[in-house]
Write a protein that binds this ligand. Structure first.
Ligand code: ADP
Length: 614
């Protein structure tokens, strides 16, 4: 492979040695090299897309839990507001009576449907007044929330505790300490709520699938879920111990999101823990990762399939392109082989890239010219060999006649026989002379040494003398031999009478030679500004396949040694050259077995009378 010098450093690095050999293989390698980074890039982009969607999905869990935390905090604030109103109203009682306080608490509780009861406790925990009469005079100082208020806190949202009433199992309280200016505790206002009061408030939106969203107190006891199950307080408290996922969610201190493993399951959960602002309670949320990320996985698969399809499509397209380049080159290689074997191929368009097409046409033209030249040379060589054989035969025949006659002459006494034998010798000599004349003329023409003279001469006389040379032969063969010059033609013209005569002798000689019956005619007429000579015979004719060949030197329709008609195959070639040298053209039409018509034209140049005679 030739490597341009400007990239010779690549050759020094040995790059071309590791490239595969064929164009197609190289194109495929090139495509693969282009596709690979594309595929990697697409894969990486897809993965990044998946990861960012995953992050969004995880964050969604926190947002959902935050929403619930906000809603719950607002709900508690609403109740706190009511407690403030009640506390302030009680402080304005003057004088204070338990009956008035009870009425106020009962009215407020009936307006606040979500609370189970509203009570006012003395600083030692005794219920002084309550919307629930059974509570009056009971002591609630044992409740941790009371202890905290007693200890100085203004507000408290209690943990879930088990109510004494078996029908109202799980309860929690919102308590507010009412103090004088010195900070001494005057009373405690307590609102008790049952978990059943939270039902129907739609604090937690319904979740799809097995998703969880639950509110827990400080101890991690389940307070509320949607839908809430009718668990006892103990069951609610126990959940923390039983549920490993819940334990892990609650163990995390801060707002957190992450993937946690569930209760002995293989599945992972997206879990979020969000503290409810100012209340020490938390919202825990969890969704199985398998379900949450399912649409993402689908998307990833879709994107990957799409990217894969695109790469495959691009690869296929590139392959078709590679083929469209390499296939014509392969075809070119096959064509070169065909041409190398000497067979000519069609000059058709392969539909290949323009450069390959042009290259193919150039190679085809060049090889076709070479093949044709080779064929012509081979033909010429064969024809010449044939000619040599024929010529030897042609020379030998009259020589045999001469030698035989001369030998016979030595023993012959009678004058008549002697004259007859001398006639044979003369004829054979004439024949030899004619052959030698043909050879001389042909070699002179080939060497460009044959001169055409330009003199004035008698046209009819020239035709007559040429035709009459064959009168005897025609008569012997029983042929009608006629000639005519159109009467309106000038009798004297300018030209080379000797060469014109030579052409006519050749054509008439052939016509007589190749005709067995019928006639041979010579006509001269005017055709435009030319003289037209037509030699017609009713002889054997010439096969269409040979018509184009007979004007070539050394060519005979029958070139075999066993042929019927003598001759050298030079006559018509000389005629053609002579006619063309005299400024005319020659052609033949023939019907095999019927007739041949040789016609040639010469420029008509009437004599002026000034030139010297013929
Ligand atoms: P040759 O000396 O063999 O006649 P030519 O060049 O004069 O050579 O003619 C070439 C060949 O053309 C002949 O051998 C013959 O086959 C064919 N030919 C020429 N003239 C005629 C004709 N009038 N009729 C049929 N065949 C002819």
């Amino acid at each position: 492979m030739r490597i341009p010098s400007n990239i010779s450093f690549l050759r020094d690095l040995g790059i071309f040695r590791i490239w595969p050999g064929g164009i197609q293989a190289r194109l495929y390698l090139l495509i693969a090299l282009v596709m690979l980074p594309m595929a990697l890039l697409l894969g990486w982009t897809n993965y990044q897309h998946y990861r960012s969607l995953r992050r969004i999905e995880l964050q969604t869990e926190v947002e959902a839990a935050k929403d619930v935390a906000d809603v719950f905090a607002t709900f508690v604030q609403g109740i706190q507001q009511q407690l403030i109103t009640v506390g302030q109203a009680i402080l304005t009682f003057s004088p204070y009576t338990p009956a008035k306080a009870t009425k106020l608490l009962t009215d407020a509780a009936s307006k606040l449907e979500v609370v189970r009861d509203l009570s006012m406790l003395s600083p030692d925990g005794t219920v002084l007044a309550s919307s629930l009469p059974s509570l009056i005079r009971t002591n609630l100082a044992f409740h941790p929330y009371f202890k905290e208020i007693h200890g100085g806190r203004t507000w408290i949202l209690s943990d879930l505790y088990s109510s004494n009433d078996p029908h109202q199992a799980s309860t929690f309280a919102i308590a507010m300490g009412v103090r004088n200016e010195n900070g001494s505790l005057l009373c405690v206002i307590v609102a008790e709520l049952g978990v059943e009061n939270l039902q129907g408030l739609k604090l937690i939106p319904a979740r799809t699938g097995s998703g969880k969203m639950e509110i827990f107190d400080r101890q991690g006891t389940l307070v509320h879920a949607n839908p809430d199950s009718s668990l006892t307080w103990e069951q609610r408290a126990q959940r923390r111990a039983d549920d490993a996922l819940l334990r892990r969610v609650l163990q995390t201190r801060q707002e957190q999101v992450g993937l946690l493993t569930g209760n002995g399951e293989e599945d992972q959960w997206i879990a979020a823990r969000v503290p409810i602002a100012g209340l020490d309670w938390v919202v825990g949320a969890a969704r199985p990762e398998r379900i949450a990320f399912q649409p993402l996985r689908k998307l990833l698969i879709q994107e990957s399939l799409l990217a894969g399809g695109m790469i495959l499509g691009a690869f296929l397209l590139a392959s078709v392109l590679a083929r469209s380049i390499s296939a014509p080159i392969q075809r070119l290689e096959e064509d070169a082989q065909t041409l190398g074997e000497g067979r000519i191929i069609a000059r058709d368009d392969l539909g290949a890239p323009a450069e390959v097409n042009r290259l193919r046409l150039r190679v085809t033209d060049m090889a076709t010219a070479l093949i044709q030249a080779k064929t012509t040379a081979e033909d010429a060589n064969r024809t010449k060999t044939e000619f040599m054989a024929n010529m030897s035969h042609e020379l030998r025949t009259p020589m045999t006649v001469i030698m035989g006659s001369v030998e016979y002459l030595q023993h012959i006494e009678t004058e008549t026989t002697k004259r007859e034998l001398l006639g044979f010798v003369y004829d054979a000599g004439q024949r030899l002379l004619a052959i030698i004349d043909d050879l001389l003329d042909f070699s002179r023409i080939e060497a460009g040494r044959l001169k055409i003279v330009d003199v004035e001469f008698d046209l009819a006389e020239c035709v007559r003398s040429a035709v009459e040379m064959f009168a005897k032969r025609a008569e012997e063969k029983g042929l009608r031999l006629t000639w005519a010059v159109h009467p309106l033609l000038p009798s004297r013209i300018k030209g080379d009478p000797h060469r014109l005569g030579q052409v006519l002798v050749n054509l008439v000689g052939n016509a007589v030679k190749f005709t067995e019956h019928g006639e041979v005619s010579v006509r001269v007429k005017k055709h435009a500004d030319h003289l037209l000579f037509v030699v017609r015979d009713t002889g054997i004719g010439i096969a269409a396949s040979h018509v184009d060949l007979i004007f070539q030197p050394f060519t005979q329709v029958d070139g075999s040694m066993t042929r019927r008609y003598e001759g050298t195959g030079l006559g018509l070639a000389i005629c053609k050259d002579l006619v063309e040298m005299m400024g005319g053209t020659i052609q033949v039409t023939s019907r095999e077995g019927q007739e041949s018509v040789f016609s040639f034209s010469l420029p008509l140049r009437p004599a002026t009378g000034k030139a010297s005679g013929d």
